[in-house]
Design a protein around this ligand. Structure first.
Ligand SMILES: C[S@@+](CC[C@H](N)C(=O)[O-])C[C@H]1O[C@@H](n2cnc3c(N)ncnc32)[C@H](O)[C@@H]1O
Length: 291
């Protein structure tokens, strides 16, 4: 039996996977609180794109799922003023607490944050005028179930906008670490049917999931961005702070091994340096759809 008491030869249930996700993301909440603004500044106004694609307007009541540190929830909360309201939800109570602090810091009293699994929303059918989800859908054990729930709580004709990551080859900001980390800890090949950063990246997969959930007018586009880190050390702090799936693997290494890993990684990043700064490409895959 493993530490959690589960027979390691048995496939984890969807519920167990959701609990693992919750623990992983809760452990990354402080990193998101520290670096969430950096990510938002470097995301090519993705929050604004999502609000546009979801058709957000003043007075609406809209849902943001997997809100993390509070984006695009906070951008959406400004868009629906005056009179509108955003309900932000996340699986992790620690992330929900960060979004609440973000709302307070920004003086957004029309942004409410609640702990909730997007695969089991507790809202009535047809509650919301629009919905957004930035970098969350791919972490559901069953993304069709998550998308179906989102569709269920939208009003007829309401729009949903989401962003996930495109294929690994287009996202060296993430793969730079995994390419080297694999030499230090066993990294099992990603299971295409399990939650993960690139789960919805294969061509056609995001559109398939949204269509299978019952959405219509599904449109998917790539929106390439550039992530700029002030230094190699900042790259390390940000990536290990935000990338919940990598934290446990890195935490299992001795301090010596972490130093070796960093040295190898920093060498590999030499081609991406511009003075002290490090710039890396990233490609969000963005979709909009109608209920
Ligand atoms: C990469 S962060 C994205 C945060 C934020 N939306 C952003 O773009 O800055 C992923 C978030 O998805 C949340 N999450 C993972 N699985 C979820 C689920 N089943 N339901 C709701 N949230 C989930 C995590 O807790 C985490 O906060």
């Amino acid at each position: 039996m493993c530490a959690a008491g589960r027979d390691p030869t048995r496939m984890p249930t969807a519920d167990e996977i959701t609990q693992q996700q919750k623990a992983q993301w809760s452990a990354a909440a402080s990193g998101w609180e520290q670096w969430g603004d950096w990510f938002d500044r470097n995301s090519g106004n993705l929050a604004g794109w999502l609000c546009d694609a979801a058709g957000l307007k003043p007075g609406q009541v809209a849902l943001d799922l997997a809100c993390g540190a509070g984006q695009p929830s906070a951008t959406a909360a400004r868009r629906v003023l005056p009179g509108g309201r955003i309900v932000a939800t996340d699986l992790s109570p620690e992330m929900v607490a960060v979004t609440r602090r973000t709302a307070e810091k920004l003086g957004l009293d029309n942004l409410e944050a609640r702990e909730m699994d997007m695969q089991a929303l507790t809202f009535a059918d047809g509650t919301f005028d629009a919905a957004t989800c930035r970098f969350g859908l791919m972490f559901c054990p069953d993304p069709v179930k998550g998308a179906s729930e989102i569709r269920r709580v939208l009003k007829p004709g309401a729009r949903f906008a989401t962003a996930v990551w495109d294929v690994p080859a287009k996202n060296p900001f993430f793969t730079s670490i995994t390419a080297v980390l694999g030499d230090f800890v066993p990294l099992p090949p990603p299971d295409p049917a399990a939650p993960g950063v690139f789960r919805l990246a294969p061509p056609g997969e995001l559109a398939r999931v949204l269509t299978a959930a019952g959405f219509s007018n599904v449109a998917v586009e790539s929106r390439p961005i550039t992530l700029t880190y002030g230094s190699l050390d900042e790259y390390w702090q940000i990536q290990t702070g935000l990338a919940a799936p990598l934290r446990a693997a890195i935490a299992s290494l001795s301090p010596d091994k972490v130093d070796q890993l960093k040295a190898r990684l920093f060498d590999a990043l030499a081609a991406h340096r511009d003075g002290d700064a490090v710039t890396l490409a990233a490609v969000p895959l963005c979709a909009s759809a109608t209920r």
